[in-house]
Each structure stands twice: as C-alpha cells, then as structure tokens.
Design a protein around this ligand. Structure first.
Ligand SMILES: [Zn+2]
Length: 293
C-alpha cells in the first residue's frame, strides 16, 4: 500500500518499528471478541436485529453457525450469509447438530469417528454453500472431551478454539468475563465492569452471547458494555482477525519511497488484514508528537 499523500517530515526521524506502532496503533489495542452462538442458516427476526445492530455500530463479530441448519437454508438466507463482510463477520463452527444432553454432547462422550464426521460434514457444507472456510471452533455448550483435540487436528484450517483444551496445538481463546449472566440475559453493565477489572490485563476477552434470545432491553445493556470496553481501550475484532494479526504483526515493514510516501510492506504476512489506522494519510499534517528541533 502506498500513500502518495504528504507525510509529515518528522516521521523520518522515528524508527520504523515505532512508526508502525504509531500508524497502526488501533491494531495493537487489546481485543474484545464477540462470540455469538447458535446462528442458523434460516432468516430469523432476532438475528436480523442483531446483525443490523452490529453493522450499524461497526462491531466485528464471530457468528457460531450450527452447520446442519444450512441443509434447509433458502436462497434468501444464503444471500444474506454470503453478503456479510468477512472482515466484519466470521462464521465459526459451532457443531453440526448442536446435540447437548445431560450426560452426552456432540463433542463429549461421543466416539472419535463421530466427532471427526461432524466436523467434516460441517466444513463441507459451509464450504459448499457459502464458499467459506471456517478457521474457528467453539463446541456446543463448550463441552468437549479428550478426543476433541484429536478430531480437530484432522482439520488444519481450524486454528482457533473458543474455551478449548490448553496445549492442544490450536490457539485457545480462554473463558474470562461473562457478557451474559444467564443464557440470553446480558450481564448488568456495572457487574460486568466489576468482573472485567479482574481481566483487564488480558490481551483478549471473549463476550459469549445468544442474541436469538435477546429482548430489546438486552441491547441497551450490551451497548453499555460495548461502550465501556471501547473506553477501556479495547478494539472489537473477529477471532480469526485477532489470530491473524497476532501471527503477522511483526512481519509488516515500513519504508520510505521518498519524502512524502511510505510503503507498508505486507509481503511477509501470511494472512490478509483489514488494517485500521490511527489517522488517514491526509490527516497526517499537522500532528504533535516528537518533532525534533
Ligand atoms: Zn450453542
């Protein structure tokens, strides 16, 4: 990416590493990841409300798709799913049939063969229907067993596991603060802030929510929590967006072509990024940091 607009001359005195940090400062903020569970392949008024809300607020969201729901998806639903911007919305694997019973769940107490099959069917239908490869997994009810790691290892495209098994070889996003105090009930914002203080140094926190159960009042609470986290200096990002940036952030190089243009060289990066800049190139004049005498 080349900025042909003017760049304040003093930037030439800032080491390239710091310059990356200055320009891409929003990307280095600690993360808040929305994990919206139980998304399905048919249009649903509550989901439409949620998607419209997060689109308007420009929040990035992980949508936990129950894969077998795509069997019954109609054209309207598929069109909607395909239209979602993949930098803003990530579909993550939330099981094939979302089986959750007292003593058994889709990925707990079932055989390795079943677990692999369910992942395979899910990957296949999501790829074939939406032309989309999932990179993140979150088990139904977050219940899994020792076979789940073995099953997931059959799918190298899956890199990230919500609330998963540590040392599984996948990137684990751990359970921290509760965005819902009970399923479908957003945590009281004051309670959330109190809980959050315990996790404020975490590089990433996950907000697990079930918007298909939300009434209007839940949105007010959720908005308060969202504003609180933004004030706390977090950025909202998808799970894969967070993982990809973590992998690549030290591989971006900056260099000058001349006095007024800078190249952001991402050729060593493994993944695509939707970079967020602290300011637009045309805003670079004037800026008030570190001007040498
Ligand atoms: Zn679920």
């Amino acid at each position: 990416m080349v900025f042909s607009d003017s760049v304040a001359a003093f930037y030439r005195f800032i080491p390239a590493d710091s310059l990356i940090y200055v320009m891409l400062q929003p990307m280095f903020k600690p993360a808040a990841i929305i994990k919206a569970d139980d998304f399905v392949g048919t249009r649903h008024k509550k989901w439409d409300t949620f998607l419209a809300f997060v689109a308007k607020k420009k929040l990035r969201v992980g949508l936990g798709l129950i894969a077998n729901s795509l069997i019954y998806a109609d054209d309207d639903a598929i069109k909607q799913l395909k239209s979602l911007n993949t930098f803003q919305f990530e579909f993550f694997l939330h099981g094939w049939d979302h089986r959750v019973e007292d003593d058994i769940a889709e990925f707990q107490g079932t055989s390795l063969r079943e677990q692999i099959d369910h992942l395979q069917w899910s990957m296949d239908i999501i790829k074939n229907t939406l032309n989309y490869t999932p990179h993140t997994f979150g088990a139904p009810a977050n219940r899994y067993d020792s076979l789940t790691t073995l099953a997931l290892r059959q799918f190298p495209e899956i890199k990230i596991w919500f609330f998963g098994q540590p040392y599984s070889g996948l990137f684990i996003l751990p359970h921290t603060v509760d965005a819902e105090s009970a399923r479908g009930l957003v945590t009281d914002p004051d309670q959330f802030a109190f809980q959050y203080q315990h996790y404020k140094d975490e590089a990433a926190i996950v907000l697990e929510v079930h918007p298909q159960l939300w009434e209007e009042s839940q949105y007010e609470r959720f908005q308060d929590i969202m504003l609180y986290l933004l004030k706390e200096g977090r950025r909202f990002v998808t799970p894969f967006g967070y993982f990809a940036w973590k992998e690549d952030k030290n591989k971006i190089r900056l260099s000058w072509t001349n006095e007024t243009a800078v190249i952001i060289d991402c050729t060593d990066c493994q993944y695509a990024h939707d970079l967020v800049f602290l300011f637009k190139p045309e805003d670079m004049y004037p800026i008030e940091i570190g001007i040498p005498d």
